[in-house]
Design a protein around this ligand. Structure first.
Ligand code: RIB
Length: 295
């Protein structure tokens, strides 16, 4: 039982700033660091560090080699990452404030140039029992979802970064959603004031067959499936950088479930891993190893 994470690979240039730059303002940053990132890559790394068998699929440009090295070093199989000679690797410009909050500007590059033929070739190697994990940083998610469904794969979707185009995807094919409250409200078409368990209820009415992980930031996380609801409190930590914390949660939760852990165990492990990621700088390098999370 393998996970195919078909997703983005980004070069993250992270600027430490006194505050997020405003319209019309020129602002000096105090540090610049480069990290391996991309929601797809981060989730593959988290899955592998949680002990899952992971294949990453996607595309980079010629300068993206270190992203493959990062995946390989974490135990991710990268045979399905194409290098496109004429296209730039996806990248992210990240502003990071003193409290650890960030804002992110994305350039899709190679992440948005994945051909239908490559999607079909990659998916032809996977089938019943395998899981397709997607985020919203590559092109043509609908094609991938339909292909995976036709091959009997289960589908996990984290629709970040959220856009209205997500609402046109065949969301009825999703087996497991990873959502924050903003995403959940949009997908459930719920009003602004609705949150937490009420939001899970709305999602269950819209997608009765799907399980949902709803992350609530510092307030913890909720899980719901046909068997019931589980609340996981957050682990309090000294936050230095929240980049990839959500990716760490998703990868660890899925990896833990695939290893046979209960929902309760998977939620606790994912919560600890995500909290640890917040205490470290950068995207992929901030994702802890299983022994650290269990220690
Ligand atoms: O979730 C964090 C990630 O979002 C960063 O690594 C950045 O590349 C963007 O994709």
């Amino acid at each position: 039982m393998a996970v195919l994470c078909f997703g983005s690979l980004n070069i993250d240039d992270t600027y430490t700033v006194p505050h997020f730059v405003a319209a019309g303002e020129t602002l000096a940053s105090t540090a610049l660091e480069r990290f391996a990132g991309g929601k797809g890559l981060n989730q593959s790394v988290a899955l592998a560090r949680a002990g899952a068998e992971v294949y990453h699929a996607g595309a980079i440009g010629p300068e993206g080699g270190f992203l493959l090295e990062t995946l390989r070093a974490s135990g991710v199989d990268v045979r399905y990452v194409e290098t496109l000679p004429q296209v730039r690797t996806g990248h992210a410009i990240i502003q990071k404030e003193a409290g650890g909050d960030n804002c992110i500007l994305l350039y899709g590059g190679a992440n948005r140039c994945i051909s239908p033929e490559w999607m079909e070739t990659v998916l032809s190697h996977f089938g019943h029992g395998d899981v397709l994990l997607l985020q919203n940083e590559i092109n043509d998610l609908a094609r991938l979802m339909k292909l995976a469904h036709s091959r009997g794969m289960r589908i996990a979707l984290n629709p970040s970064p959220m856009e209205t185009s997500v609402l046109s995807l065949p969301l009825e094919l999703v087996d497991l959603f990873f959502l924050n409250e903003v995403e959940a409200r949009q997908i459930a078409n719920a009003p602004q004031g609705i949150g937490g368990e009420q939001l899970l209820q709305n999602l269950a009415e819209n997608f009765p067959g799907a399980a949902v992980v709803l992350t609530l930031g510092g307030a913890g996380a909720l899980y719901r499936d046909a068997g019931g609801t589980w609340f996981q409190p957050a682990c309090p930590v000294e936050v230095v950088d929240t980049t990839a914390a959500g990716d760490t949660f998703s990868g660890y939760f899925l990896g833990s479930r695939l290893r046979g852990d209960s929902v309760k165990e998977a939620m606790a492990l994912a919560s600890r891993a995500a909290a640890m990621a917040c205490t470290r700088h950068g995207a992929a390098p901030s994702i802890p190893h299983l022994a650290e999370v269990q220690g």
